[in-house]
Design a protein. Structure first.
Length: 449
């Protein structure tokens, strides 16, 4: 039997030997980060399930709103409740995004319109033709697992087994982490393709766990620790065990370094909202950034995520609650970066499986779609603007892939990612190795950062 790297990671576990010996550097670790005079961090906030961009960013002028309202029906948000963007007065945001409104109007946030997975620029007519000839389209549009993978690997194919953050680490590690002291990529939302490189591995951090991955099962901890250490020394020719020894050893080293660093600093003064899963993740990321001087790397990418945005029914309430949590969590995180003096060095951005159809379904929800609107937040963002092209809200119109308001993206997810990557330090010459299809598009930078 043969195992590839990802299959092994998914199928095997050393958890029975103690949480500190989790496979790869993924385990219940704590927080530490890198620092230098030109420190930069990217923070991906993944909205699992497919956030409805149509109710996140809404046309606010009389004609535009009337058109939106007539098609959205029971999903339409009353115009009186929407939060108008003073920096872009013909648009408004969901009433539960007051912090995003404030960040946008203060030029610390921007929206990128109608972004989605694409192999090449695609029109409605080309999409319809492609359905018949099977060419030129990403794999399995409207499918949660496939579209999530394609957002994360930026390759428009589910077969690519590395993510674009991981490939950035592969490319830039020699420049920004020459000693290999600590991974460039950190997830606070579990193992994800986005973080995986070909020859670099991420570290996974359990939000709120500052015990450096220590065993929490008091009576059994000694035995579990002894078993884990025995496994590290086990060398009987079993390839999988030998291959994992180095990773597990690193996990122990990372755990100690993380614990020492976090315990050496005072807690942040910024108050993060309680009972908010995304806020807990972003607070952990802020703690990592706080102790960045403990390592010699000066670039870091983080992955956080929250759901469930798969609002096939009861969307108005369900999405409203989720967006309220996102708004307050992002606001607290931005405040924490200001407290640390790194607001210009940290750029946060959203990703999601896809958007949702403008036309409601019969369960007061919306179904899977394609292009959607995304937020970018940070002091380096050229904020207070909308980038990309907002779709024409017309069923079977020029931007509809069919007849239900599923927008054909006018901006590719790889253009969105490539813009962020170049701010982070990736050169134009390095882009094709990270984003294989970027050459199919006329621009590799959208200019929002």
């Amino acid at each position: 039997m043969s195992f590839n790297r990802r299959t092994f990671i998914k199928s095997a576990s050393l958890a029975a030997a103690g949480s500190a010996a989790g496979l790869r550097p993924f385990g219940a670790l704590n927080a530490l980060a890198q620092s230098a005079s030109d420190y930069k961090a990217l923070v991906c906030i993944y909205l699992f399930g497919g956030n409805d961009g149509n109710n996140t960013l809404v046309q606010f002028d009389s004609k535009g709103y009337a058109n939106y309202s007539s098609i959205r029906g029971p999903l339409a948000i009353p115009q009186s409740q929407l939060l108008q963007l003073s920096a872009a007065p013909t648009f408004a945001v969901h009433p539960n995004l007051p912090d995003i409104q404030s960040l946008f109007d203060n030029k610390a946030a921007a929206f990128v319109s109608n972004v989605g997975t694409l192999i090449e620029p695609t029109s409605r007519a080309q999409y319809i033709a492609s359905q018949f000839n099977g060419k030129g389209l990403p794999s399995n549009l409207f499918s949660h697992p496939d579209q999530r993978l394609e957002w994360e690997n930026a390759a428009a194919s589910t077969t690519t087994q590395t993510g674009w953050a991981g490939r950035i680490a592969d490319t830039l590690n020699v420049t920004y982490n020459p000693n290999g002291n600590f991974p460039m990529v950190t997830s606070v939302a579990g193992d994800t393709l986005f973080c995986d490189g070909s020859h670099t591995s991420p570290v996974s951090v359990s939000p709120g766990n500052i015990g450096a991955g220590q065993c929490s099962e008091v009576a059994e901890c000694a035995g579990r620790q002894a078993t884990a250490q025995a496994l590290l020394g086990f060398n009987s020719g079993i390839t999988l065990v030998q291959a994992d020894n180095n990773i597990t050893t690193k996990a122990y080293a990372y755990a100690k370094a993380l614990s020492d660093a976090v315990q050496s600093v005072n807690p942040l003064k910024t108050v993060f909202p309680a009972n908010n899963g995304l806020a807990a993740q972003l607070q952990q990321i802020a703690q990592i950034i706080q102790v960045r001087s403990a390592l010699g790397v000066n670039r870091q990418i983080f992955f956080a995520g929250i759901g469930n945005f798969d609002t096939h029914s009861g969307q108005v309430v369900a999405q409203g609650q989720l967006l309220a949590g996102i708004s307050s969590a992002i606001a607290a995180f931005y405040q924490a970066t200001q407290e640390l003096g790194v607001q210009n060095n940290v750029t946060s951005f959203t990703m999601s499986d896809f958007g949702r159809a403008l036309q409601p379904n019969s369960n007061t929800g919306s179904d899977h779609a394609w292009g959607s609107h995304h937020m970018v937040i940070g002091g380096a963002v050229k904020g207070g603007k909308l980038y990309g092209t907002y779709p024409t809200l017309a069923l079977a119109g020029p931007d509809d892939s069919g007849s239900n308001g599923r927008w054909v993206p006018t901006t590719a997810s790889i253009q969105y990612a490539a813009t962020l990557a170049q701010w982070f330090g990736v050169s134009a010459a390095q882009l094709p190795a990270i984003f294989p299809n970027i050459g199919n598009f006329s621009t590799n930078s959208l200019g929002f950062v």
